[in-house]
Design a protein around this ligand. Structure first.
Ligand code: SF4
Ligand code: SF4
Length: 357
């Protein structure tokens, strides 16, 4: 098997990653930790057969990156694991869950197999969306189909700055890439539409879409997360102070992977009080939803989310985040409507919400 032997051999097996891996924390197995996964990669290069246990080890990594953050040898285990998943898929070795998810996305263009119009959340006349614009709001599968109110509120905010929508947005490709599949068809289709609109900046409210647009798409446009955009424009929004105390959950693909730590906090602090979670910023515990783990290993994923909720004080009114997958997982793990999007908080603070369009 073709794997990056240099990185594999760079692991000094110190076990520092054992202190941090959220999967190991739940399962207790070395094979669920970065070091164990790297030993399995080494085994694969020496002829180890990729059986179901090997696949379980590699596919339960949420790609949270906290091991990378704390690895004294400077290696990047989630990158190595993703590339092993790609290699295995190219050899036809995958789990049924990987096959099912990829089939759904290839067939429908979204992660849910939805056949509904992706823009059904958009209640206004579609002819009002500009055909050319500097800013495009990339909605993502999750907000399009599962959080339509968040999609509408985000568009409403961004449209104040003349942002438009892609007419036929498709999945950004992130779930396919995370589980080892090729997503070039989706990348090409979204890029074609962005270029037709002539946008210089694409803004998204999903951490998975953000890291994919920013790091796996051609560098033809600037990519901003909604927290970055809002922090840049906070003084132009007419916001009131709210008598609330909230906490902020750092989505791994916004925080550790792309260093977006301060912008969401700036927005929150312009509106209300912020009480940090027990682990935050670089050290934030993963919600357990990423890397295809929610799709493939739901119980494990929810166990991690329940653990993450223990990091939030009971005194806070809301757990605010900026990723619909984190919202879904934390919400399903018991937080319910106590977990909200940053955009929901900003909308509550608008002095003129009716004039948002
Ligand atoms: S912290 Fe890094 S070097 Fe140490 S065992 Fe984990 S992956 Fe290997
Ligand atoms: S990326 Fe996260 S889940 Fe994956 S091995 Fe590293 S710490 Fe564990």
């Amino acid at each position: 098997m073709r794997l990056d032997l240099k990185s594999i051999n760079q692991c000094v097996r110190c076990g520092s990653c054992r202190t941090f891996c959220p999967v190991l924390e739940e399962s207790g197995w070395e094979s669920a930790n970065a070091r164990g996964r790297i030993m399995i990669l080494k085994g694969l290069t020496c002829g180890l057969s990729p059986d179901s246990k090997v696949l379980e080890s590699l596919n339960t990594c949420t790609t949270c990156g906290i091991c990378t953050e704390n690895c004294p040898a400077g290696i990047n285990p989630p990158q190595m694991i993703e590339s092993a998943r790609r290699e295995l898929v190219s050899m036809g070795v995958m789990t049924r869950q990987q096959e099912d998810l990829s089939r759904i996305i290839y067939a429908s263009g979204n992660t849910f197999g939805e056949t509904r119009d992706r823009l059904s959340w958009f209640s206004s006349d579609r002819s009002t969306t500009p055909k050319s614009a500097d800013y495009v709001y990339f909605v993502g599968c999750m907000n399009s189909y599962r959080y339509p109110e968040t999609a509408a509120r985000t568009y409403s905010l961004l449209h104040r700055f003349k942002a438009t929508l892609l007419p036929r947005e498709v999945c950004c490709g992130s779930p396919l890439m995370r589980i080892g599949y090729n997503a070039s068809r989706f990348v090409d289709e979204n890029c074609r539409q962005i270029s037709e609109i002539g946008a210089s900046t694409v803004i998204t409210g999903c951490a998975g879409c953000y890291t994919t647009l920013k790091n796996s798409y051609p560098k033809d446009f600037r990519v901003l997360s909604v927290p970055e955009f809002l922090a840049e424009h906070i003084s132009e929004l007419d916001l009131k102070k709210l008598d609330l105390t909230v906490t902020y959950h750092d989505p791994c693909h916004l925080g550790r992977h792309n260093r977006i730590f301060e912008q969401p906090r700036q927005v929150i602090e312009a509106i209300c009080s912020l009480m940090e979670m027990k682990t935050n910023r670089e050290a934030a515990r993963c919600c357990g939803g990423g890397g295809g783990v929610r799709a493939g290993y739901r119980d494990l994923s929810l166990q991690m989310a329940r653990r993450r909720l223990e990091d939030a004080s009971d005194e806070v009114d809301y757990i605010v985040t900026s990723c619909p997958l984190c919202i879904r997982n934390l919400s399903d793990a018991g937080a319910g409507e106590r977990v909200i999007d940053l955009v929901d908080l900003v909308t509550m603070a608008l002095n003129d919400p009716k004039n948002a369009d």
